[in-house]
Design a protein around this ligand. Structure first.
Ligand code: DGT
Ligand code: CA
Ligand code: CA
Ligand code: ZN
Length: 566
């Protein structure tokens, strides 16, 4: 069992306990779940090697009782306590937990008073205004519930890139053992922010062997179709994977076709037609003669177009406009947004710095939360002051990487920053982020952010729209005005790489660049494992046609610090 699977069981137990109105225990389970989920130690390996005591030592929040349960789960694949709890609830009640804005406490009320135990009953009750009639709910909550159901349904149809990509890479690597050539295709290869299904293409002279191998992979839960050219399976994670096997002579043409997007392909075929050529998944043809097909590059070249990076293939003008050389992966030299256990992160300053060094970075900024973000354990002024000294001390101790002291400072409702100037002045990097009153009017939010952008200490605007993909809509703000103010005040816009954020998204980055903005790509890591999300943010930048020079943390530490001086 993987860490994420163990964590899911613990999270579910926490939710069920909370729905029963039990105190304290739910949070203990949640804490344990989070530490298992975020740890870089493999829970199964730790347990198999050194048993229960090791679980308690390696995973914060895992005590005697929870370690026993994890042990049972890892040994037998099942957990009696969890199964027993589940029997006490209607079958579909857990799907209610996935509706944004609904927590265990409210679900308990809805179940107790209105006998609501699944999504359609919830929707029905909201539409009939039965929920607003309950004490403690009101009209706004009822509307929010309906909105939440919509967000949930849309989110469920597609999976986040950050969660689909590792699964696809694993399958790609496995298939490489059975086929001559393998590549991820579809929206995943284009690194779209959400993925409908995983498309994989293979070249082989023995498709039967590849297909047999494919349908018997360990993560497959169901085989939907199996043939010699195409098979589809469902993974345990719920994702569908389509595999197509073609002959090596048409691998490039098939890869081009199945990478899409559909709109890009249509435009490309029109270009071919204008040259009196025909393009399909088997090749590029002049009459009956195939003039390209083995590689994508030769297809684009024969059509008079330079090689087209998959991230650009969205029919947004990439076939007619000149595009600069887009930022390569692994161009980022320093991570600028990271949290430690001194606010809501899981690891120490040393751990984060050492992990960043191991990833090859030249610098890292430690940016824990400011005092007003209470749920994230933001630091008081006094504590932040001593934290800055702690960060600087670690910087002296660990050689070979520059350690910058900073903070992710709340942008308060009036646009002020959450620390006084005297404290901000002591920091190398100041990120400003909105973490409260998301529902202000567009006008209020716009002027709040613009006021913050005018603060001379602000260097970076963090996760500028606040959206959580499939869970929270961006806050209402006039982005064009925000972008212009950021450019005028030399504040860099963050492309936050967290898989649930990727904020700004590609379209917004394009719009911001039009207003003259520059960017940083950061991970917002809350643990050493979180530092590894950088390529998700880089994918956004590539999809937005950014060049390396548009992204300031492609610069060396010294150049970067110069770029911060206003
Ligand atoms: P997704 O799965 O919804 O995230 O998006 P895609 O782009 O991966 O779409 P998918 O899985 O339906 O098909 C994979 C690729 O195959 C798609 O990007 C382009 C190509 N394709 C599929 N259907 C058509 C079609 O009707 N016409 C053309 N030109 N291409 C198609
Ligand atoms: Ca797909
Ligand atoms: Ca597909
Ligand atoms: Zn934040």
């Amino acid at each position: 069992m993987k860490n994420s699977e163990v964590a899911d069981v613990l999270y579910e137990i926490a939710d069920m306990l909370e729905m029963q109105g039990i105190q304290f225990k739910p949070n203990a389970y949640r804490k344990a779940a989070r530490s298992v989920e975020e740890s870089s130690e493999d829970v199964n390996a730790v347990y198999k090697a050194s048993g229960r005591a090791a679980l308690q030592k390696k995973f914060a929040g895992v005590g005697a009782s929870i370690s026993e349960k994890i042990g049972e789960l890892l040994t037998t694949g099942k957990l009696g306590y969890y199964e027993k709890l589940k029997k006490q609830f209607p079958k579909h009640i857990s799907e209610l937990m996935e509706v944004p804005g609904l927590g265990p406490k409210r679900i308990r009320l809805l179940h107790g008073r209105l006998k609501i135990s699944n999504l359609s009953q919830l929707e029905d009750a909201a539409k009939k205004h039965k929920i607003s009639a309950l004490a403690g709910f009101g009209k706004t909550s009822e509307e929010d519930i309906l909105k939440g159901i919509g967000i949930f349904r849309r989110g469920r149809e597609r999976m986040l890139l950050g969660y689909a990509l590792p699964q696809a890479l694993e399958i790609e690597a496995m298939l490489k053992g059975a086929a001559d050539n393998v590549s991820i295709a579809g929206s995943l290869r284009r690194r779209k922010e959400t993925i409908g299904d995983i498309d994989i293409l293979a070249a082989s002279s023995n498709p039967g062997k590849v297909m047999n191998y494919f349908v018997s992979m360990p993560d497959v839960s169901r085989v939907l179709a199996k043939g010699m050219t195409k098979s589809s399976v469902l993974l345990k994670s719920g994702l569908q994977v389509d595999l197509r096997v073609v002959d090596a002579s048409s691998f490039g043409a098939a890869l081009q076709y199945f990478t899409g997007s559909k709109e890009h392909n249509i435009a490309l075929r029109e270009i071919a037609a204008r040259k009196r050529l025909k393009l399909n998944e088997y090749g590029l043809f002049r009459g009956k003669k195939r003039i390209a097909g083995k590689t994508e590059a030769e297809i684009y070249r024969k059509l008079g177009i330079g090689y087209m990076e998959p991230e650009l293939r969205e029919n947004r003008g990439e076939l007619s406009l000149r595009i600069p050389k887009i930022i390569p992966y692994n161009s980022i030299l320093g991570d600028l947004h990271t949290h430690t256990r001194f606010s809501d992160g899981a690891d120490s300053v040393e751990d984060m710095v050492s992990a960043a060094k191991k990833l090859g970075y030249g610098y890292i900024a430690i940016t824990d939360h400011s005092k007003s973000t209470r749920i994230a354990h933001g630091l008081s002024e006094e504590k932040m002051l001593s934290h800055i000294n702690r960060i600087k001390a670690v910087g002296k101790k660990i050689k070979g990487i520059k350690v910058l002291a900073g903070s992710e400072v709340d942008i308060l409702p009036d646009g002020g920053l959450d620390y006084p100037d005297s404290l901000l002045k002591k920091m190398d990097v100041v990120i400003g982020s909105v973490h409260s009153r998301f529902k202000s009017s567009g006008e209020q939010m716009t002027s709040r952010i613009i006021t913050a952008l005018q603060n001379p200490h602000l260097d970076i605007l963090g996760h500028p729209t606040g959206r959580l993909i499939g869970r929270r809509e961006p806050y209402d703000a006039d982005l064009k005005k925000v972008f212009r103010a950021a450019a005028d005040n030399h504040v860099y816009l963050e492309i936050n790489s967290h898989p649930e954020r990727t904020d700004l998204n590609d379209i917004n980055v394009m719009a911001a660049k039009q207003q003259g903005c520059r960017f940083v790509i950061s991970t917002d890591a809350h643990s050493t494992a979180g530092l590894e999300y950088m390529q998700l943010g880089t994918a956004v930048a590539r999809r937005a046609w950014l060049a390396s020079k548009d992204v300031v943390n492609t610069a060396s530490a010294k150049q970067f610090l110069n770029l911060l001086k206003k």
